[in-house]
Structures are given as structure tokens and as C-alpha cells.
Ligand binder design. Sequence first.
Ligand SMILES: [Zn+2]
Ligand SMILES: [Zn+2]
Length: 105
Amino acid sequence: MPSAAHTHAGGIHPLCYGHYTEMRPHEAAGRLVYSCKERDCPVQYTRPEGYFLDVQNRPLKHLPIPPHQYCPNDRFPMYLLEVNRKQHFRLWRCPKCSVIRVDGP
Ligand SMILES: [Zn+2]
Ligand SMILES: [Zn+2]
């Protein structure tokens, strides 16, 4: 394993919007797709598309429809960066320009 330095520019760590756990990146059809680690969770994420549900392979559970938060600067779909359950807010981040948006109840 080469000890490549982790750069913040390339690495993003989107959370599953259903489980609030970090998603796992993998390559699929030449693009980087993030999937939830929870069994049977259909939530997926890609940078250009944002969140979507992989309903072809897995049963659709009682999950909310994918949230579509868009960056106010460039309209890029944002990803869930952090969730604070105690204070009931969620932080969204744009993978393109890194702007952060807070979404409260
Ligand atoms: Zn999930
Ligand atoms: Zn942006």
C-alpha cells in the first residue's frame, strides 16, 4: 500500500441520510459510488447526482425520499456532512466549493 497523503480536496465522507453513518466508497461503472454500510439500505451517493436509492437490488424500506439540498453558489447537490441529533441540526456540504449549509427542524 502506498502511503499517499490524504488530501481534503479529494476526500469526502458523506453520511447516509437514513442511518447517519459514514458511507463506503467503491467503483462502479467507472465512477465513485458511496453506499450505506447497513444491510439492505438502498441509499447511495455520487458527487454529480447527490443521493439516490438503489431500489433495483434491495427492498425499499421505510426511508424518506432522498433529500435534495443544492448548493446556493453552484446548484451542485450537497451531501450530509454531520448530524447533531441532540441539537437537531444537520450540516450539508457542497463537494464542489465546500460551502456548508445548516438545516434545522
Ligand atoms: Zn443507510
Ligand atoms: Zn457549491
